[in-house]
Design a binder for this molecule. Structure first.
Ligand SMILES: Cc1cc2nc3c(=O)[nH]c(=O)nc-3n(C[C@H](O)[C@H](O)[C@H](O)COP(=O)(O)O)c2cc1C
Length: 422
């Protein structure tokens, strides 16, 4: 295991959720990567896991009480808030998110979270209805606007026999997000209003009054009522851009193909299935100041969609004729009337990434092209991080380090702001 977090000190705040036991595994994953982990358990967390277990795995004392005479003399809450490189909250309960969003300082965890200027990553985990409740989504928007990084929650089967978003991200995903956050914090200097919250600057809302349209996810092109042609796009990048644009104050319309992601807070979401539906939804959402075409739109669709399931009769394979789908990016970029001021295309490429991307920018007539090097993701789309090259109309290329998709979203939105607001 590489020591990718070698020498990094992580304050791990464990909240009182059913997923608290996974925080113990997270301690191991972070330590495997070379990090020192200092655990801090809420009173709720101690109902699920013991400070002793956390301390034994971390090889450090676990902190629990705000009013701890020995602790205040030794390492008080202010020192805990400073004496690390990052704070990770996992699981972040609905209650803890609410306390953070309110600036509550009623226990050790919330006091430290209020007192710290370190980068903070939260990994929310809760019942799907708690997650989707407008109050939690409002708190999420507030926290994101305050510069808090978020990983997950994932979708899947939950306790109480429910299904949906709310599961804690896997410990490995959280450790990856910590790495990405710390890598990004180091390089954040040049990224203006979205720079590291450690600067303590209040965030502006530089896209207030602008309408940002984002497409995201794959399309499903039906063959018959049970089968379709799709691709591996998860929608994470498009959704992250929409979320970052909303945080930057824009009015955001997100037109999404079928994805297993929660709707980003503060965004109007239009759900579609096919490329033709996506084009119609984009047209209906215009005018826009910025249009970002991050969806992986199917290039082709079956020439006919059958109304009943094609039967396997053991004699012949059914012929599957394809026809080309409308080119949404080229259609919108080529408009005379109501063309958005800034049209941004995406290209997922596995080979000759830059040549293919430059050619695509010219062919489609967009202003900026984000080339996504799929080979850097192990040759498969749909991961949590992204390695991108930004190509401008004059052919200049900027290559970004591999970053988590939320961070890519924030940086892209910062760039759009520069391009559109000057
Ligand atoms: C069995 C049980 C499981 C719980 N699981 C969760 C959970 O997964 N997520 C959550 O936000 N709250 C959960 N709660 C509620 C929290 O424990 C409660 O809101 C608590 O006050 C959180 O405290 P903390 O945020 O200080 O850790 C659960 C409660 C119980 C009794």
């Amino acid at each position: 295991m590489s020591q990718s977090l070698g020498g990094r000190r992580i304050l791990l705040v464990i909240g009182g959720g059913i997923a608290a036991y996974k925080a113990l595994d997270l301690i191991r994953r972070l330590r495997e990567r070379g990090a020192q982990v200092r655990p801090l358990l809420t009173a709720g967390a101690q109902e699920f896991v013991t400070p002793l277990a956390a301390a034994a795995l971390a090889g450090e004392r676990a902190h629990t009480d705000l009013f701890d005479r020995a602790e205040e003399a030794d390492i008080g809450h202010i020192k805990l808030a400073r004496d690390a490189d990052a704070v990770v909250v996992a699981p972040a309960t609905a209650n803890l998110m609410a306390r953070m969003a309110q600036g509550d300082a009623s226990d050790l965890a919330s006091t430290v979270l209020l007192a710290t200027t370190l980068p903070i990553l939260i990994a929310p985990a809760m019942n799907v209805r708690m997650w989707q409740h407008p109050a939690t989504q409002r708190n999420l928007t507030t926290l994101q606007a305050d510069g808090v990084h978020v990983v997950g929650p994932n979708e899947g089967a939950m306790a109480e026999a429910e299904f949906g978003p709310g599961r804690l991200a896997e410990p490995v995903e959280i450790a990856d997000a910590v790495e990405a956050m710390l890598g990004a914090a180091q390089q954040a200097g040049g990224f203006g209003f979205l720079a590291d919250r450690a600067s303590g600057k209040l965030r502006e809302r530089p896209l207030a009054g602008k309408h940002v349209l984002v497409t995201s996810g794959p399309t499903h092109e039906p063959i018959d009522p049970v089968r379709y042609i799709a691709n591996r796009s998860s929608g994470r990048q498009g959704h992250a851009i929409a979320a970052a644009a909303a945080v930057a104050g824009a009015t955001v319309t997100l037109i999404s193909g079928p994805v297993a992601l929660p709707d980003p807070a503060g965004v109007t979401v239009v759900r579609v299935e096919t490329a033709r539906e996506m084009l119609a939804a984009v047209e209906a959402a215009l005018p826009a100041d910025i249009a970002v075409f991050a969806a992986a739109v199917g290039d082709w669709r079956p020439e006919a969609t059958l109304g009943t399931k094609i039967k396997k009769d053991g004699t012949a394979v059914p012929p599957l004729g394809l026809v080309e789908n409308p080119d949404i990016l080229a259609t919108i970029a080529g408009r005379g009337e109501r063309r958005p001021t800034l049209v941004v295309g995406f290209a997922a490429e596995t080979d000759s990434v830059l040549d293919n991307a430059r050619a695509k920018l010219v062919r489609k007539g967009c202003d900026l092209l984000v080339a996504n090097d799929v080979s850097a993701e192990g040759g498969v789309m749909g991961g949590l991080s992204n390695t991108i090259h930004l190509i401008t109309r004059d052919g200049a290329v900027e290559t970004w380090p591999t970053l988590d998709k939320d961070e890519v979203g924030r940086r892209l939105v910062a760039r759009f702001r520069d391009l559109i607001c000057g």
